[in-house]
Design a protein around this ligand. Structure first.
Ligand code: 5GP
Length: 215
């Protein structure tokens, strides 16, 4: 199989992180790209697992060194996908899942035109607001900011290849699974397609010989 670059975006509270985690847990053919960020680690987040937590000057040094496949600013913090992460996962023979925001997703599209971009949307504004309130880690002002941001981010959904409504997370994961399975079967993504076809044609030709009445 030919490893794919798969982007999952959604407004904050849209559910892309839990969908991404489930996909990686369920599918041996998918790996997660661990992003770098300048934001502080939240409780329970480990360096090198949730993110690579970098100081701002280190992040900038790596931007200048050309280490990022894409990077963007979100809520005043820098986030980026290290090219080394894409290489790590894809060389392991897996599709690489990127949980990133829309500005970075556009950069991925420009750099990897074959990438599959999936936008996850909440079923309603009320559900989105409820999910944000349920996080408890977010203050009221932060929630208002996230809702405003969601309005902007939802406007970018049309730029994506697929939109999945995350009403129930299991159903949303099933939808993304279907997308990945269909995309991986594109003839253009099957590197050994020509070889398989040649073999098949030779086999059919042999059958034809066998089926033809002897002269
Ligand atoms: P959080 O700080 O809540 O983990 O993430 C905030 C936003 O940054 C989310 O929309 C998340 O998808 C996005 N994000 C995480 N990693 C990256 C990255 O490497 N690049 C970009 N462009 N966005 C990212």
């Amino acid at each position: 199989m030919t490893p794919m670059v798969v982007v999952l975006s959604s407004p904050s509270g849209g559910g892309k992180t839990s969908i991404t985690q489930r996909l990686v847990a369920q599918r041996a053919d998918c790996g997660y790209s661990i992003s770098a960020t300048t934001r502080a680690a939240r409780p329970g987040e480990q360096n090198g697992v949730a993110y690579y937590f970098l100081a701002p000057d280190e992040f900038e040094r790596r931007v200048q060194a050309g280490d990022f496949a894409e990077h963007a600013v979100y809520n005043g913090h820098r986030y980026g996908t290290l090219t080394s992460e894409l290489v790590r996962v894809m060389h392991g023979g897996q599709h690489v899942l990127l949980d990133i925001e829309v500005v970075g997703a556009r950069q991925v599209r420009a750099r990897f035109p074959d990438a599959v971009l999936v936008f996850i949307v909440p079923p309603s504004g009320a559900v989105l607001a409820e999910r944000l309130r349920g996080r408890r880690t977010e203050a009221a002002g932060v929630i208002a900011g996230r809702l405003q941001q969601a309005i902007d981010e939802l406007g970018a959904a049309v730029e994506y290849d697929y939109v999945v409504v995350n009403d129930e997370v299991g159903m949303a994961v099933a939808a993304v699974n279907a997308i990945l399975d269909a995309e991986s079967r594109r003839t253009s993504r099957q590197r050994d397609f020509a070889v398989v076809l040649d073999r098949l044609r030779a086999e059919v030709a042999a059958e034809l010989l066998r089926a033809s009445p002897a002269k």
